[in-house]
Write a protein that binds this ligand. Structure first.
Ligand SMILES: Nc1ncnc2c1ncn2[C@@H]1O[C@H](COP(=O)(O)OP(=O)(O)OP(=O)(O)O)[C@@H](O)[C@H]1O
Ligand SMILES: [Mg+2]
Length: 279
């Protein structure tokens, strides 16, 4: 049994069910990446894994116990969650926001410890935001703000970390930096990480375990090399593509069919690409 799992998990907003009967075992000490089209239920699932959303039926289990039966503080010491669109308190500074990640570790008799200070400093350094410490979060660029949120989640120092599209707004170098950081955290501390990513190629590079969702259900899961095929991409995203080995890592690399061109037969270029890839 894995530490975090779901059993027949059904999630709904009012009378609309968006996740159906989901059985997911999040592999311990691994990086799991959830992919799938817009609105398929990725964020909803992640929020339920972090107890931001109560199941309509079924359950999320942490060490075999339903999240709904565990005290909030205990969950926050174990599970860190960065939602897709977090909202910062008005006019809060970067250092203060990152420090909020320490709340689950504080006690009424000790508000702030050396361990808290170290965790906050380390998190800000690892996400490259230390120089922004005194700036107001409202005044940052989208990418800077995103890295501050990641710092807050890191400062929480949980064994399980759930990040919803942590690379949104980041330039390509910062995207790679954040994903490398995730791999490092997983490697150094045996952390279990669940990410939602939109970039399938990054997902295939960084995931140990890939989960493909469509319409609130899991369509395929397993190692990226087994899961990512042209058929799966067509089934899940309705996209024609060619899958070739990533020249750097050997993981599956998705190359979409040719862009639209005046007068071209739709899909013609991707046909020729497939023939090349096959030959
Ligand atoms: N707070 C909410 N109230 C009502 N419906 C919601 C709410 N949040 C999400 N939904 C609906 O639930 C469905 C799943 O949304 P979810 O945010 O989980 O999708 P997603 O897979 O994360 O999509 P994206 O890739 O766009 O982030 C969508 O149809 C969405 O409109
Ligand atoms: Mg989402």
């Amino acid at each position: 049994m894995t530490r975090l799992s779901t059993s027949a998990l059904t999630l709904a907003y009012e009378d609309r069910t968006v996740v159906h009967d989901l059985d997911l075992a999040v592999p311990d000490s691994r990086v799991t990446v959830i992919v799938g089209p817009n609105a398929c239920g990725k964020s909803t699932t992640l929020r339920a894994l972090g107890r931001l959303l109560k199941p309509r039926s079924g359950s999320v289990l942490l060490d075999g116990e339903a999240l709904t039966r565990l005290p909030t503080k205990k969950i926050a010491q174990q599970i860190g969650l960065l939602p897709q669109t977090p909202v910062a308190p008005e006019a809060i500074t970067v250092a203060d926001l990152v420090a909020r990640g320490r709340q689950p570790h504080q006690h009424w008799w000790q508000q702030w410890s050396d361990a808290d200070e170290r965790a906050v400093t380390a998190a800000m350094e690892r996400t490259d935001v230390a120089a922004l410490a005194d700036r107001s979060v409202d005044e940052l660029s989208g990418g800077q703000r995103q890295r501050v949120w990641i710092a807050m989640a890191l400062a929480q120092e949980t064994e399980l970390l759930l990040l919803d599209e942590p690379t949104t707004y980041l330039d390509i170098a910062h995207q790679v930096e954040v994903l490398d950081l995730v791999r490092q955290l997983n490697h150094d501390k045996d952390r279990t990480v669940v990410l939602v990513l939109h970039d399938l190629n990054q997902a295939a590079r960084y995931a140990d375990h890939l989960v493909a969702m469509k319409s609130g259900r899991i369509v395929a899961e397993g190692p990226p090399a087994e899961v990512v095929t042209a058929d799966l991409v067509r089934e899940v995203f309705g996209l024609d593509c060619v899958v070739v080995p990533d020249p750097v890592t050997g993981s599956p690399l998705i190359v979409p069919g040719a862009p639209w061109q005046a007068g071209a037969r739709s899909g013609a270029a991707s046909d020729s690409l497939s023939r090349k890839a096959a030959s």
